[in-house]
Ligand binder design. Structure first.
Ligand code: UD1
Length: 344
């Protein structure tokens, strides 16, 4: 058995897939989640997929005393993967203080408790949103950080800085910041996936809900961008591939292989796909026709962004492996499973 890892937000979309991959590679996992955007029965499905039931505590990372007690209860936690955060861009514009409190204070609580409990390293879920619209594509980790478009995006930038400043001050911890591009898809067993609350804001959940008839029509936000087909371009990364990036990053921290105390990696495929290309790939790989229409641009959207993942490929030894077709089929299988289970 490898080390004990605390996964905050471990019942969420990316968190649940990461718990499975950590367990598959021998780590012991403790999940903390306040269930604000996930369900407790995700723990059952993690156990079904990996064959191991992770420890689970329903707790909010804003609760400093609760976290302190948790580290005491599960003595010997060596690493943290911090997913727990509010993540709806639009909502963050409406409720900025909620976002700043949730996302900043949760991280500060964890960082403060790490030295006290001998926790050596933390992996932080950051986002390509920190690059805004990059001047050079594909974007590398050296690209300048642009002024954030939303309070949500700003919390990612500030949290990166908080970690850097804390380590600069001499805190005895190490960190890896993973900047995710657009995570999509679901576990191949269809037991884990994304469970959007209410009307989905992200493309794939809206697309699969349209395909199954929950939504009438998918709106494509703009076809007048300066891209080959006029729709926006993103780097869509399979969620299981993304989960595996966390395992290799945790191995790197635990084996003390880091060259610097804070390292940052882009986690993407290196391939940009337009919204229209993605729709057509979905139709081709699943055989399902999609009802969609072109509408106006969505405020705040970036025209095009995709990763240069060389550093993750070469330094972490991680590479995105899934094809877009398999990934889209997994998203569709998950949507059908939700219907079967009467969830959505
Ligand atoms: C957004 C956030 C990103 C965050 C990610 C979480 C910004 C600018 N982006 O990414 O920080 O990490 O969500 O998943 O804050 N689209 C449609 N129709 C729809 C929905 C989306 O055409 O109904 C298009 C969008 O215009 C965009 C693409 O699909 O071009 C992807 O959109 P989405 O899934 O919402 O992700 P991002 O906006 O890229």
């Amino acid at each position: 058995m490898k080390d004990k890892i605390l996964v905050t937000g471990g019942t969420g979309y990316i968190g649940s897939h990461t718990v499975v991959e950590l367990q598959n590679s021998g780590y012991e996992v403790v999940i903390v989640d306040n269930l604000s955007n996930s369900r407790a029965d995700v723990v059952d499905n993690i156990a079904k997929v990996s064959g191991i039931r992770p420890a689970f505590e329903a707790l909010d990372c804003l609760d400093y005393e609760g976290l302190d007690a948790l580290f005491t209860k599960y003595k010997g936690i060596k690493g943290i993967i911090h997913f727990a955060a509010s993540k709806a861009v639009g909502e963050s514009v409406q409720k900025p203080l909620l976002y700043y409190r949730n996302n900043l204070v949760s991280l500060i609580n964890l960082l403060e408790l790490m030295p006290k409990h001998g926790v050596e390293g933390i992996i932080f879920s950051s986002s390509c949103t920190v690059y805004g619209q990059p001047d050079i594509l594909p974007v590398t980790e050296e690209a300048p950080i642009k002024v954030a478009e939303s309070p949500y995006g700003n919390t990612k930038q500030i949290n990166e800085e908080i970690i850097r400043d804390y380590i600069k001050s001499g805190a005895p911890i190490n960190a890896i910041l993973l900047r995710y591009f657009n995570p999509i898809g679901a576990h191949p067993t269809a037991l884990l996936g994304e469970l959007p609350n209410g009307v989905p804001q992200n493309l794939i959940p809206f697309l699969t809900q349209t395909a199954i008839g929950i939504r009438e029509k998918l709106s494509v936000f703009g076809d007048d961008y300066n891209t080959p087909d006029g729709s926006c371009i993103r780097d869509y990364i399979n969620v299981v591939d993304l989960a595996k990036a966390h395992v290799v990053a945790m191995d790197r921290i635990m084996k003390q292989k880091q060259e610097e105390k804070v390292e940052v990696f882009n986690i993407g495929t290196g391939r940009g796909l337009s919204v229209l290309e993605l729709i057509h790939a979905f139709e081709e790989s699943t055989g399902v026709k999609l009802n969609y229409q072109i509408v106006g641009r969505r405020a705040g959207d970036i025209e095009q962004v995709w990763a240069n993942p060389d550093r993750a490929n070469n330094v972490l030894g991680w590479k995105a492996e899934s094809t877009i077709e398999d990934t889209l089929r997994s998203a569709w299988a998950w949507q059908k499973k939700l219907r079967e289970d009467g969830i959505q």
